[in-house]
Write a protein that binds this ligand. Structure first.
Ligand SMILES: [Zn+2]
Length: 349
């Protein structure tokens, strides 16, 4: 028969083993989390679609430079303007736990990478942080007009941008910048399939008072989501910053090229994706599709574009690439192109 002290010795050894196992599992799940938040998938676009920067820029050509997400710089050699102007890319921990604010060094670098010092306008496609948070600082540094919804105007006011540099867009009322005519069309943001996420990101849409950073990521409310129709003597294009749509909204518009925001699209139902295609692409009958907003919001701003972090891919899966490939196969006359980072590409000669 075992003595009492032997039993209690065995008990405390068992406790110690359990304790070590617990510590080990905490360390392992920490390591896994760090891995899942810092390792990126390939972006959901076909490498065969990539175009490189243009060697020759013919005088007067309309060109584009792509900084990732939905930040695009357009120029015809005389007038320069930008969508979003987003360069601050807060990391996952900051986004989850903390408050965010424009990163002045990142903005300075981003403008330098785009070789731009003067802009006629910067136009956030909606007011979420990954579109609008840096636009007032971009406007301040380049003399640009901040063009956007009342919510975007309040991001500008919170940054002390002078009222003379803020202009609120009116649905379907064209704005002329040099030879560019930009028509903002009120649309809808991508509908997150998860009701809780949808409510957090899209419920209570307005920023109704000047927004002074640092603030939490979701304090950048969505505001109005715009699709932009742009026409220029050289060509026409559509910019869809978020994979949402309003049925019939683009009736009467046509465009040579569609910049197609596909962020999150692959997590939607087949019906939603079909409707999105019909209402944005089929509606304007383009000859070229340029996917945008397919890259990670937190990856470094150098090297190739990254897809979402592993953690997100594991949680949501992503059918975007196979859907885009199906569309490319079904529409052989439609060119699919993806842009290099920062390099100038001729859109229309
Ligand atoms: Zn958004």
């Amino acid at each position: 028969m075992r003595s009492k002290s032997q039993l209690s010795f065995q008990g405390s050894a068992l406790l110690r083993v359990l304790f070590y196992l617990f510590v080990l599992s905490v360390i392992l799940s920490g390591l896994f989390l760090a891995y899942a938040l810092s390792v990126y998938e390939e972006p959901p676009v076909d490498p065969d679609w990539a175009v490189s920067g243009s060697d020759q820029i013919p005088p007067g050509a309309v060109t584009v430079r792509f900084s990732g997400t939905a930040t695009l710089l357009f120029s015809d050699g005389e007038t320069y303007w930008m969508t979003d102007g987003w360069f601050t890319r807060p990391g996952p921990l900051k986004l989850l736990a903390g408050q965010i604010a424009p990163d002045l060094a990142a903005i300075e670098r981003g403008l330098a990478d785009n070789h731009v010092t003067q802009l006629a306008a910067v136009l956030p496609l909606h007011s979420h942080y990954d579109h609008a948070m840096d636009a007032p600082e971009v406007a301040r540094r380049t003399g640009a007009l901040l063009l956007g919804s009342e919510s975007t105007a309040n991001i500008g006011r919170g940054w002390n941008l002078p009222e003379s540099q803020i202009q609120v867009l009116v649905d379907r009322q064209p704005v002329r910048l040099g030879q560019f005519v930009i028509t903002p069309i009120e649309s809808r943001h991508f509908e997150f399939p998860d009701p809780a996420v949808r409510e957090r990101a899209l419920g209570e849409p307005l920023i109704s008072a000047p927004l002074v950073p640092p603030v939490r990521m979701l304090d950048y409310r969505v505001g109005t989501a715009y699709v932009l129709h742009v026409s220029h003597p050289k060509g026409s294009w559509l910019i869809v910053g978020s994979a949402g749509y309003v049925e019939g909204a683009l009736q009467g518009f046509s465009a040579d090229t569609v910049f197609l925001g596909v962020g999150g699209l692959g997590s939607q139902t087949a019906d939603y994706m079909e409707n999105f295609w019909r209402e944005t692409v089929t509606a304007v009958a383009p000859s070229r599709i340029i996917p945008i907003h397919f890259d990670s919001l937190t990856a470094p701003v150098a090297g190739p574009f990254r897809g979402q972090v592993k953690a997100m891919a594991v949680l949501s899966g992503d059918g975007t690439l196979s859907w885009l490939r199906d569309k490319a196969a079904a529409n052989p006359a439609l060119y699919f192109n993806t842009l290099p980072r920062f390099e100038e590409v001729v859109l229309f000669e």
